[in-house]
Write a protein that binds this ligand. Structure first.
Ligand SMILES: Nc1nc2c(c(=O)[nH]1)N[C@H]1C(S)=C(S)[C@@H](COP(=O)(O)OP(=O)(O)OC[C@H]3O[C@@H](n4cnc5c(=O)[nH]c(N)nc54)[C@H](O)[C@@H]3O)O[C@H]1N2
Ligand SMILES: Nc1nc2c(c(=O)[nH]1)N[C@H]1C(S)=C(S)[C@@H](COP(=O)(O)OP(=O)(O)OC[C@H]3O[C@@H](n4cnc5c(=O)[nH]c(N)nc54)[C@H](O)[C@@H]3O)O[C@H]1N2
Ligand SMILES: [Mo]
Length: 762
């Protein structure tokens, strides 16, 4: 199993040579094609190494990270060096000076999951500064619990695809429903139902309005509206305005299930700021005509309408506003809790919204407590390292950045996920020591002092499942371990023994014994559940069969219980209702996140002054050909590249204005940085917009220069390192303004997948 689906591997000579998708999968992901050839690829880390400068001069800040050579060490030496350094930092500066947030997707697996292992290890070591929330849902994760009392239930208990296929008449999709994104779910799925559900809905006569700068964000036939990126909240407000002023809003729903609509309406109608959020007002901002908006509002009010907001819309400045305005709009339509109507968040963002959840606890590795309280919002990593001792705002309180001396990363890649790589590289120069576990020589591994080679899932046994798939799956090792790579669990076990808590960490179990133990514990839960459908077999039988089928809750409608009885099933908000106005958020007094959904003009958009200098709006969305940076060297990802560079899609008109043709290599730049990319022309891209997905491995032209151009096409050399707002400090990497020109120089080679220089001692 991979995050992109279930498969069996065909192996030859220790390498996967072909993969066969699970027969029960309706729409297997093309990303599976990256797996063959990945185990023995030259980008694998073959054995433990230590950065030469660190080995010779000892721990300390360094500008050599990312351009130094490495020295091969034995596993015993590595364990000794790493144990001593952890001890030194904890004793001298305290455990809070260890940053162990270690954000990232790593690989599926309930036991070997890298973050679970590193967090459990560091907790037993006395704790670490952690990170909260995700790059995925930084804004939603903070604002939506205050608006509807939860964020994850919006996905986990979302209206089922089948109900959408059967009941929805009008599916209004902000950010579209990109089927390519539903390849993915954290932990992997055995089925991919999105394409089928959209087809069935259309066959029944349902209509899709795809609101997005990219025509292909929704698969198949739809009505395509392309507002100026970043203007969606204005569009939503205009739709709300039409409902409010034409007596189309469901006042009884707003009275019974919501609080604070009146305050919002004062803003909507311009009573508080003198600006009615009318269709004419939104037309100016969005580029859609007022007539289009009025007509859409009318259709929404007269149909069974589901309003969905993609996660991308909250991965921008003021990202709190889009999901909040979206649910407000749905509340005004009064269909929340009705099958096929209401609100959705992330249909087309992940293979989770619309799938049926499993009602049991999943097998889970016990983590223990973290004795350190300090944390950062996850997307504040550079701030953390550059601003020790300074204060920051988060969700109504003030906190202080601790002074970090050691950074520990296992299973994530900040060079993939973080914004403004030049700034990130300066930040990574600050700590005494950086430790990275990864199977591959990612840019993050190249910036480490101590590099720990991990196995991939294909080299170890594990079990996996998610809360949105019926199968609990035995992940059986397909190939022997590569060279001197080790399971993260084995690395941490050896370290824990060296540090004196080995038996507590391992509980005297080897990896296979852990799998049996976790499975047995889970089986106990299921057997205790009187409503279970199937008796789960003993471990050996489960392992032989390869999976066991769990019960799922089908036919869910989001917030149905709440609609049925808001007294018995109130929301976990202060009012128990949907908070269109949140007195708590209002009370924080943030200038960038008020007490109700509101339009804020972003810096990085075509409607503002910055666009005079950088007139193209770059969408840095999720890649179609891979998961993030994972297996960028795989066949599917490589096939999309142009002369080795990541493709950048643009409108033929924008290309012609710059004398660019299909297949040209271009320099994409702004005042933060530059990268190369290969031009793809597409009239399904809105004029003024270009699209360069994330995931090309950062490949600096000059590795010694933190601000170097990336020759490969990583958009995060361009993006701004700024949070969504003081409320959440979510990631804002989706949008950035750029300019593009033909690249005239000799094409630099791609070195992204080459290991760094490594010295082997005799
Ligand atoms: N500009 C911009 N930036 C973005 C986004 C955007 O929209 N725009 N989106 C953001 C989002 S939503 C996300 S979730 C992040 C994703 O960012 P990440 O999750 O950090 O990206 P991945 O490439 O998935 O990194 C996972 C790493 O784990 C490694 N790995 C795999 N298996 C193992 C293992 O068993 N052990 C160890 N130790 N390592 C393993 C992989 O090789 C890989 O290097 O990116 C964010 N960045
Ligand atoms: N194939 C693949 N699928 C993935 C991932 C991957 O790496 N590869 N990553 C997974 C992860 S971790 C996450 S969190 C989700 C993220 O899910 P999302 O954040 O929803 O995914 P994106 O592809 O970044 O964005 C979806 C679409 O939103 C549109 N969009 C961008 N800006 C605007 C705007 O201002 N207005 C409107 N109306 N539309 C806009 C873009 O055209 C884009 O294609 O995807 C998951 N799915
Ligand atoms: Mo994500």
């Amino acid at each position: 199993m991979a995050h992109w689906g279930m498969f069996s591997a065909q192996v030859d000579g220790g390498e996967v040579v072909a993969v066969h998708p699970y027969a029960g999968d309706r729409d297997p992901s093309p990303i599976l094609g990256n797996v063959p050839g990945s185990v023995r690829h030259r980008a694998r880390i073959a054995g433990p190494v230590v950065r030469r400068g660190w080995l010779e001069n000892g721990p300390g800040p360094s500008t050599r990270r990312g351009s130094d050579e490495f020295v091969a060490v034995s596993w015993d030496e590595l364990t000794e060096l790493l144990a001593r350094e952890l001890r030194r930092v904890a004793d001298r500066y305290g455990n809070r000076s260890i940053f162990g947030g270690s954000y990232g997707w790593s690989a599926p697996g309930r036991f070997h999951h890298a973050q679970s292992q590193v967090h459990r290890f560091l907790k037993m070591f006395g704790g670490y500064t952690r990170s909260v929330h995700s790059y995925s849902l930084g804004a939603t994760g903070v604002v939506m619990p205050r608006v509807v009392g939860t964020h994850w239930k919006l996905f986990a208990r979302s209206t089922n695809w089948d109900l959408i296929a059967r009941h929805t008449e009008l599916f209004v999709c902000f950010g579209g429903v990109p089927v390519k994104n539903t390849s993915i779910n954290d932990g992997g799925n055995s089925d991919h139902p999105t394409r089928d559900a959209l087809d069935r809905m259309r066959a029944r006569g349902g209509r899709i309005v795809s609101i997005s700068p990219l025509r292909d964000d929704t698969h198949g036939e739809c009505e395509w509206l392309a507002p100026r990126p970043g203007s969606d909240v204005a569009v939503m407000l205009a739709l709300a305005y039409v409902l409010a002023t034409e007596d189309l809003a469901d006042r009884s729903f707003l009275d019974r299930y919501c609080t604070g609509y009146d305050k919002f309406e004062d803003y909507l109608l311009g009573r508080t700021d003198g600006i009615p959020k009318s269709p004419q007002w939104a037309a100016e901002l969005s580029g859609l005509s007022a007539h289009t908006l009025i007509e859409l509002a009318h259709r929404m009010a007269s149909s069974r309408t589901l309003v969905t907001v993609s996660w991308s819309l909250q991965r921008v400045r003021y990202g709190e506003q889009a999901p909040w305005a979206g649910i407000t709009l749905a509340a005004m339509l009064g269909q929340i809790g009705v099958p096929g109507g209401g609100f959705g968040h992330g249909y087309g963002s992940m293979n989770e919204p619309g799938t049926a959840p499993v009602p049991y606890p999943l097998p889970t590795l016990f983590q223990g407590n973290n004795d350190v309280d300090d944390f950062i919002p996850v997307a504040a990593i550079s701030d953390l390292l550059l601003r020790p001792g300074e204060k920051f705002d988060y969700d109504g309180k003030q906190y202080t950045f601790p002074d970090i001396r050691l950074v520990y990363w296992a299973g994530g890649n900040p060079f993939h996920h973080h914004q403004d790589i030049g700034r990130l590289r300066n930040a990574l120069g600050r700590p005494d020591t950086i430790v990275v576990h990864d199977p591959y020589w990612t840019p993050m591994a190249k910036h480490a002092d101590i590099v720990v080679p991990s196995t991939t899932t294909l080299e170890r046994n594990d079990l996996t499942c998610t809360r949105s798939d019926p199968l609990l799956v035995a992940m059986q090792a397909a190939v022997p371990r590569f060279e001197d790579a080790r399971d993260d669990y084995d690395t941490f076990s050896a370290l824990a023994y060296r540090l004196g808590f080995g038996d507590r960490f391992t509980e005297k179990r080897g990896a296979q014994a852990w799998l049996e133990y976790l499975y047995g514990q889970w089986r106990g839960f299921v057997l205790a559940d009187p409503a279970r459908v199937e008796d789960p077999p003993e471990f050996d039988e489960f392992w032989r069969r390869g999976h066991v089928r769990m019960r799922t809750e089908d036919d869910l409608t989001l917030l149905e219980e709440f609609r049925n009885d808001p007294q018995r099933d109130p929301l976990r908000t202060p009012s128990g209702r949907i908070e269109i106005f949140s007195a708590d958020i209002d009370g924080f007094g943030y200038e960038d996140c008020a007490g109700h959904p509101k339009w804020y003009e972003p810096e990085e958009w075509l409607g503002g002054a910055r666009a005079e200098q950088f007139p193209l709006h770059l969408i840095a969305n999720q890649p179609r050909t891979r998961l993030h940076g994972q297996l960028d060297h795989g066949a599917v990802s490589q096939a999309s590249k142009i002369r080795g560079r990541e493709p950048i899609r643009m409108h033929p008109g924008d290309a012609a204005a710059r004398n660019l043709s299909e297949g040209d290599v271009v320099r994409v730049f702004n005042d933060r940085g530059a990268c190369l990319a290969g031009v793809v022309l597409d009239d399904g891209v809105l004029r003024g917009v270009v699209q360069l997905s994330t995931g090309a491995w950062y490949d600096p032209f000059d590795p010694e220069d933190p601000g170097s151009m990336c020759v490969h096409g990583n958009p995060n050399v361009l993006t701004a390192d700024v949070g969504t707002s003081r409320l959440s400090h979510g990631c804002t990497g989706q949008h950035v303004l750029v300019e593009i020109e033909h690249f005239d120089g000799a094409l630099p080679p791609i070195r992204a997948y080459d290991p760094p220089p490594i010295r082997h001692r005799m």
